[in-house]
Design a protein around this ligand. Sequence first.
Ligand code: ARG
Length: 573
Amino acid sequence: MDMLTRIAALTAETLASLWPEAQGLPGAEEIRGLLSVPPNPEMGDYAFPCFRLAKALRMGPPVIAGKLAQAWPHAEVARAEALSGYLNFFLNRENFARETLTAVLAAGENYGSGTEGQGKTICLDYSSINIAKRFHIGHLSTTMIGHSLRRIYDFLGYKTVGINHLGDWGTQFGKMICAYKMWGTKEEVEQGGVDALTALYVRFHEEAEQNPALEDEGRAWFKKIEDGDPEALAIFNWFKDLTLKDAAKTYDLLGVTFDSYAGESFYNDKMEPVIQELRDKGLLVQSEGAWVVDLSEDNMPPCLILKKDGATLYATRDLAAAVYRHNTYHFDKCLYVVAYQQDLHFRQLFRVLEKMGYPWAKDCVHVAFGMVSFEGQALSTRKGNTVHLDDLLQEAIEKALAIIEEKSPDLPNKEEVARQVGIGAVVYSDLSNNRIKDIDFSWERALNFDGETGPYVQYTHARCCSLLRKAEEAGLTAEADYASLTDDESQALLRLMGRFPDVIREAADKYEPSMITRAVTDIAQAYNKFYYEHRILDGEPAEAAARVALTRAARDVIRVGLRLIGIEAPERM
Ligand code: ARG
């Protein structure tokens, strides 16, 4: 049992012995999650906040903390002191070092993993790109947040299903076919890919301004897709292949994969039963010719199900998709990683599912995130101010390569490392803020090797690896003396590593990968501080062995953290 678990268990015991009658006191597991690292070490190594107990015990938090401190009988594990509503623990530093390192090194790259998700399934709808559109940086957040959440849940033992809910339905595809028939050639589109399709679409709109009849023709082509006309379908499926082939390059670079590409068109034949069900349950009402679900009781505009002409909508497809996913995967949770602009859509969707009587509607969650701007400029497709993700990634790789050429000209696999670092920089900058905050991407910030950036954390990992190689060459065989890890720098690093498994769970509960980004950055910084303050290999053998063990543990935890946010960890940089 590691130290945090032990302290949590002892705290639970002490609580129960002090207040045997009290209801609703937290158990050991909950307490473990509540233990935090105080802002400065003089206040202890870990702290248990007593605020949540106030209600159950009808006492002020400082009084509770005081009584707990008085009754605390486990001085051999930690000394406990009360301060402003916190119970602060001062650990036996040597024991703490031994136990934490033993726990990390035994688990290695599985440190912090768990089995709490066993038997549970989580569906994640992320990336969900639109056909015939380039993958631009606005789609980076959904892709990387979804990908990271997936790795986090996998790590905790859940079964995860990654779904790319493609935007492959709508009149725009009729227009695109129409434009292609009029002005496009097969060679042009084959060569130009998605860019050629976009150009056709833009031309369609320009020409339609002069010649409004084109709009009808576009609609007619869309109708043909809907009716399954072989020519229309063949062209449309070809457009879809081109888009997915393009996107696959980006997904490969990012290491992102999906279990399903069932997009909007997949639900063409799955909406009718759902619409019938809405009708049977008396939820469908007519409004200005359209069929809607009234949500005025919930202070929301009505959810549009069928247009006047009988056409289905984005929401209709999402309703069918939710039902399909539940029937197919029996999910315990279905997450939608989509920009906060679609907040109303998802609130309506979940409310309609609830009105239909599906108890699992409460297991559907909109994991919203903020907008991405680029070097201080808002991105807008209409104004042509977009940054394509593959261009951005290529540029990041080139910039990383230039830095590597300068800093480590002798590195053997420069190209590969440049790819890992360039992508790490972009991904890190996307996952470093609380997801709901708008973020601004900046080259300066992303590619810095010193600040709080991906390359900085990767560099720290490589530094640990290099030290471990040297230790190996030196043939260090002594037993570690944990008493040499009782200094402040080693302890600060150990505290962060000890809490890392809890951070993973908190990130999972809050759908917040940035908590892991934060933790892994703190660990890298703490390691570097330790590295600058202490000699590692040239001390006494037992002391060196302990510091090497600490280095190995730091390497393992950083590697786990980076993997959970979808970043690779090169061993040399
Ligand atoms: N394709 C949509 C977009 O790019 C996102 C789809 C999100 N998923 C969903 N089930 N609605 O805005």
